[in-house]
Design a protein around this ligand. Structure first.
Ligand code: GDP
Length: 526
């Protein structure tokens, strides 16, 4: 328990949202509260604006921004908060899913006009896989959105999680008057564009307080009292334990752009969000309080300068203390490695760090030794589990256009897929390479980067597969299946067998014909 004090001071989380819900705006307000930035507008959106045609400058810009804002560390009320950024564009959703394995909780932003959107549902699915605690922020209350009670129902229904409002809006849109905090019974009146630090929080004894009658008209006061009575009647008291188990999501209402309701959210986050927790590894549970260091790579970022092939691997510390220049065991390669220039992300600057503790993220310079999911330890052989791979949506065969550059192409595609840019499948017993992506933009990024960074020209031929299914089952059954379906069976980078189904109908047929084989749309890296 040498590091209990450090661990108790740390909270690592991600803000997730469907694009445009307000993630960037909320991030910026959080950083302002943390004193990490001085001016509004300093956090750049990592969105790629164009959706169909590619704009490589935009991609490069995005890559630049996402290195700079990958992790933002700031202090608030003596807590060291690590905010991990997630890409907004859905074509890069896999990056987001993996980042979610490196955080201890999330804040989910919902646009009150649009409610639960497509990307929100998928992100929540990933959170549920690990029972990640979720706090929901219903944003844009200065707009006429959905009726708050309907929104709560929609959240419960579409996100499959119970919710419990901890703040409650007084009207919305142009008539938005403020929020009442049900958690600490205080009230804040809404004044657009007021500065962050000036929020006037008025503590109230209870809702019968005359303050409400003095500051709101009779209709609004009655509505608030009625709503709150209804909430207290319908919803159980907020249960912190259920939140920590990922079963119950507290809900806040506010307006990020007006910095309204954000402080309530941040204060409650600091009060209730979990500190770094134990992790599951292949051989045992890793106790966060163990003295010995362990950590894993959840993201790899290529250097923007093509003349330097080094990359940045993002390490999440899971237990013990990470120290600069100390040798650690790279489990997959079975070799010892050390890092002379690891860096942290305090206040958006890169600083060399001497040590880091559970919950922290460290950037490691890498010359190609890492791939996503790699584990570092102090000698023991285990790897962290629970880092997901999802079935891609699009499949294309990689075709070499320049036979003189075969080696470069092989190396490039291996390194890019190590970074997690896309998934690489190789024909079982052959050498055909199939790339699986979530969105077309990824193919363009790969083609561009193979040429720019490796000098290798390639082309993609579309394949009409619908899903990748990882197959497991009794050895003889699997072998028999492979024999009959050899043209549809490939291996992922870890040598796991994958069946590429042409359509849902084919998949269902195979499922029926092969009851002993499990077909899964997700796999764990390793
Ligand atoms: P992201 O895609 O989730 O990062 O969303 P942004 O933070 O970039 O916000 C998308 C748009 O919504 C921007 O134009 C913001 O100014 C706007 N926005 C963010 N918060 C609010 C809010 O509380 N009210 C209103 N009306 N607009 C907001």
């Amino acid at each position: 328990m040498k590091y209990a004090n450090e661990i108790s001071k740390r909270k690592s989380f991600a803000i997730i949202a469907h694009p445009d819900a307000g993630k960037t705006t909320l991030t910026e307000k959080f950083l302002l509260f943390g004193g990490a930035i001085q001016t509004a507008g300093a956090v750049k959106s990592n969105k790629i604006k164009k959706h169909t045609t590619s704009d490589f400058m935009e991609i490069e810009r995005q890559r630049g921004i996402s290195v700079a804002t990958s992790v933002m560390t700031f202090e608030y009320r003596d807590i060291l908060i690590n905010l991990l950024d997630t890409p907004g564009h859905k074509d890069f959703a896999e990056d987001t899913y993996r980042t979610l394995t490196a955080v201890d909780s999330v804040v989910l932003v919902i646009d009150c006009v649009k409610g639960v959107e497509e990307q929100t549902e998928r992100l929540m699915e990933v959170c549920r896989m690990r029972d990640t605690p979720v706090i929901i922020f219903v944003n844009k209350m200065d707009r006429d959105g959905k009726y708050p009670f309907d929104l709560l129902d929609e959240l419960e229904e579409k996100l499959s999680i119970r919710v419990r409002p901890l703040s409650w809006p007084i009207n919305m849109g142009s008539d938005f008057k403020g929020v009442y905090n049900l958690y600490d019974k205080s009230l804040v009146a809404f004044q657009p564009n007021k500065k962050a630090t000036d929020e006037d929080v008025v503590p109230l004894e209870d809702l019968s307080s005359s303050y409400i009658d003095e500051h709101f008209n009779a209709k609004d006061a009655a509505q608030l009292r009625g709503d709150v009575e209804l909430i207290e009647g319908v919803y159980d008291k907020f249960n912190n334990e259920e939140y920590l188990q990922g079963k119950l999501a507290p809900v806040f209402f506010g307006s990020a752009v007006n910095n309204f309701g954000v402080k309530d959210l941040l204060d409650t986050f600091v009060d209730i969000a979990p500190i770094p927790r134990n992790r599951t590894a292949s051989t045992r549970e890793i106790d966060v309080y163990e003295d010995k260091f362990s950590g894993f790579i959840f993201k790899i970022h290529a250097n923007l300068d093509p003349r330097h092939r080094d990359r940045i691997a993002f390490l999440r510390v899971c237990s013990g203390k990470f120290e600069r220049n100390k040798f650690y065991h790279h489990v997959r390669l079975d070799k010892d490695v050390r890092f002379s220039n690891p860096y942290s992300f305090l206040a958006r600057e890169k600083n060399i760090v001497d040590d880091a503790y559970p919950g922290d993220v460290v950037g490691l310079f890498d010359t190609g030794n890492f791939k996503i999911g790699d584990t570092l330890t102090e000698g023991e052989n285990f790897y962290m589990t629970g880092i997901p791979s999802f079935s891609p949506e699009l499949f294309k065969e990689l075709v070499n256009k320049d036979p003189m550059k075969t080696k470069q192409l092989e190396k490039g595609i291996r390194q890019l897929t190590d970074e997690g840019v896309a998934q690489l499948f190789t024909q079982h017993g052959g050498n055909r390479k199939i790339i699986g992506c979530v969105g077309d933009l990824q193919f363009e990024v790969i083609q561009y980067r193979l040429l720019q960074e490796y000098g290798a020209a390639c082309q993609f031929n579309s394949l009409s597969f619908f899903k990748a299914c990882w197959i497991t089952g009794p050895k003889d059954k699997v072998e028999e299946f492979i024999r009959f379906k050899s043209s549809n069976v490939v291996e992922d980078k870890d040598g796991h067998l994958v069946y590429l189904a042409q359509s849902e109908w084919y998949l269902n047929t195979e499922r029926t014909n092969n009851p002993d084989i499990t077909f899964s749309f997700t796999s764990e890296i390793h």
